[in-house]
Design a protein around this ligand. Sequence first.
Ligand code: XMP
Length: 512
Amino acid sequence: SILIVDFGSQVTQLIARRVREAGVYSEIAPFTAAADAFERMKPRGIILSGSPASVLDEGSPRVPQAIFDSGLPVLGICYGQQVMMHQLGGRVQAGDSGEFGRAFIEIGDRCALFDGMWAEGESHQVWMSHGDKVTALAPGFRPVAASAGAPFAVIADDARRYYAMQFHPEVVHTPDGARLLANFVRHVCGCSGEWTMAEFRAAKIAEIREQVGTGRVICGLSGGVDSAVAAVLIHEAIGEQLTCVFVDHGLMRAGEADQVVSLFRGHYNIPLVHVNAETLFLSGLAGVTDPEAKRKFIGKTFIDVFEDEARKIGGAEFLAQGTLYPDVIESVSFTGGPSVTIKSHHNVGGLPERMNMKLVEPLRELFKDEVRALGRELGLPDIFVGRHPFPGPGLAIRIPGEVTKERCDILRKADAIYLEEIRSACLYDAIWQAFAVLLPVRSVGVMGDGRTYDSVLALRAVTSTDGMTAEAFGFPGDFLPRVATRIINEVRGINRVTYDYTSKPPGTIEWE
Ligand code: XMP
């Protein structure tokens, strides 16, 4: 295994992800707990992360001496490089400019990290983000690559198997970064590269058992992939100590609520409380047209209903959530200050404090595609695991203006036709998210011999890798006209269909 010492970089989890992708097990320990983790894990190698700190600051984080005394391979990234130099006898100075963003490095010499990929004289793109820089190498090190701003972009001490780089190999803007990390963990540390999701599952199950003991856990299901995967994993760990609560706000797509209930009760036999709260939600939404007001009402009501149910169940000490890594980073802003709220995301935030519960979040270090892989590993049906993301507030934010039962039903029908056509054209998996939006606009049409005056529907489909940025999906020529015709013919209340070409930014994926 590999120990990743976290000095507080925003992208430390990406290091873990790359190491997992190389088929090697890793654990992240904050630098304050690194000595203990090192002792307990007995890793084959150590990776030191970046940090917002400067090694020149008094009290800035250090590497536990036991790591250097162990004789094990160490890879330092950015701050990790600087702290290695600082502790091993080199020198770090505050840069007057720093380097941020894309940079190119020249390969000066070979080293084990470059095996099978980079050779002398080549130039390669990397992603830099540093203010301080190394100005003198510690004894034993030699430079193997340099950039304009960092003469020691990559350095190596082959005898001790110490390597360090000023740039970030873990981010996608360093195109060969994943291979550099794979070379470190496999070739330098000698890890076999056979670790899989099956082992992640086993390790998490052991961890959940240890955390929960004989306690009771409640898990809120949203109908989405994340909470479902978390619930199934936790159920496998602790069985009947888990109760799931599905707060059904009546704002799901056609058939989705039934699917959740039959999956949990029928397929997995997981204790499930299904709360049908459609009337409560719709009556509260009556007359509400402001997007944020809708989101706030739904979020708050969700929590109230959930809390009531949890109280009825009683005795639960733990609350399980399907929080993913991107949720964790999106909730802390890059600068440490508060970030601007574009939309109040609906989740059970604030609930654990209010209910005085401890959190169980087994997916916290995973990315969406890894959660899907884990879901498949746990035997969740493909149709469920591969499902497009769906927002917590559901159809309410896809009905600009007032949300009524009638409008939800119209939207559900149109949306189902759209998705059915997407699936039968085999385009579902090529799209990040596809959905229909029922607009509060009516237009005049002619059907048969009569005049119509009905609602306009917007269709949206986007490609994205993480939901943070997105582009409109380009459908093949006859697809959209066919869908438009079907929807207008089959759904009463809609007489015009449009397609939304907006990318994100400047648009957002959802309309509200
Ligand atoms: P936006 O509309 O902000 O959406 O571009 C980005 C991604 O987040 C989803 N989304 C939500 N997911 N609760 C969620 O769990 C929410 O309140 C919420 N709002 C938007 C959206 O569907 C897209 O995938």
